[in-house]
Design a protein around this ligand. Structure first.
Ligand code: PAF
Length: 283
């Protein structure tokens, strides 16, 4: 696996792969890779012939400077993980390479409606930062397919809508969430948890499953179900940010008529803000 740091090198490598008729799969990341990322790489290499991963801690999507500062930077270990799987090329650009005119002068991409509410409320500007960097990366790589984790369900929905709205000619593939034994969704932010908190963090998945079961049993008062879920998390030491039931396709607040639903949770435990979700299909 080659690591390149400039857009010119990235595009030269991709041109060479494409000239050999290879289908390009792309996995954008911010590094600190874990099994959840590796599954994206595996899926990309199943569906494509040449897998490009990127590691770029995108300052534009952090609304909290301390959060950006403490985000784990683990390039050597990440390269080793990617080498072990079938990644062909790693793009590891600097901030200057990505934003040569400075972040404030960068043209931005904003995806309305689906960016609003949920994490859009607690992290103002976050999804504009994500949409902007992902659309830049898409233009640089011009993949045949791009792979994102379903754990970041709102992010996935934002990117899928952006690709549809801007008529970008490739597939965005959502890959199911990878979980620890206790159900905790794998995330780089789990590194902020103590081992005790990590064990306790499994309650998020339990609450998601409890709510899902009640919805499958015919309960339709989503507000009430979410309130009870919040109380359960509070008793286990979490500070819930939100628990909501939304329509899975458009991410609108769910109504009794919706049959494809997603339950979304964000909650703070110790130093970590954890997010997770579970889909419920009533068809
Ligand atoms: O999910 C992430 O790691 C990031 O938000 C992404 C999609 C790589 C954009 O910076």
């Amino acid at each position: 696996m080659k690591t390149v740091e400039t857009i010119a090198q990235l595009q030269a490598e991709i041109r060479a792969a494409r000239a050999q008729g290879k289908r390009i799969g792309f996995v954008p990341t911010m590094g600190n890779l874990h099994e959840g990322h590796m599954i994206l790489v595996d899926q990309a290499s199943e569906e494509c012939d040449f897998v490009v991963a990127s590691i770029f801690i995108n300052p534009l999507q952090f609304n909290d400077i301390d959060d950006l500062g403490r985000y784990p930077r683990t390039l050597a270990a990440d390269q080793e993980h990617l080498r072990d799987r079938d990644c062909d090329l790693l793009f590891f650009p600097s901030v200057d390479e990505m934003y040569p005119d400075g972040q404030d002068a960068q043209t931005t991409v904003s995806v309305p409606v689906v960016s609003e509410g949920l994490c859009g409320n607690s992290r103002p500007g976050h999804f504009d930062g994500v949409a902007t960097v992902v659309s830049k990366l898409f233009h640089m790589v011009q993949p045949d397919a791009a792979f994102f984790g379903e754990k970041d369900f709102q992010q996935l929905t934002v990117i899928q809508k952006m690709v549809r709205d801007l008529n970008l000619p490739f597939d965005v593939v959502g890959v199911p969430t990878c979980r620890e034994e206790n159900g905790l969704a794998m995330s780089s932010r789990n590194n902020y948890l103590t081992s005790e908190e990590r064990e306790n963090a499994g309650h998020i998945y339990q609450v998601l499953n409890d709510i899902a079961e009640q919805i499958r049993d015919g309960k339709k008062d989503f507000t009430e179900l979410c309130l009870l879920g919040k109380q359960t998390l509070e008793t286990h030491g979490f500070q819930p940010d939100y628990i909501e039931v939304r329509s899975a396709k458009e991410l609108k607040p769910a109504t009794e008529k919706d049959s494809e639903l997603v339950i979304l949770i964000a909650a703070i435990l110790g130093k970590a803000r954890l997010i997770d979700n579970l889909r419920v299909n009533l068809n």
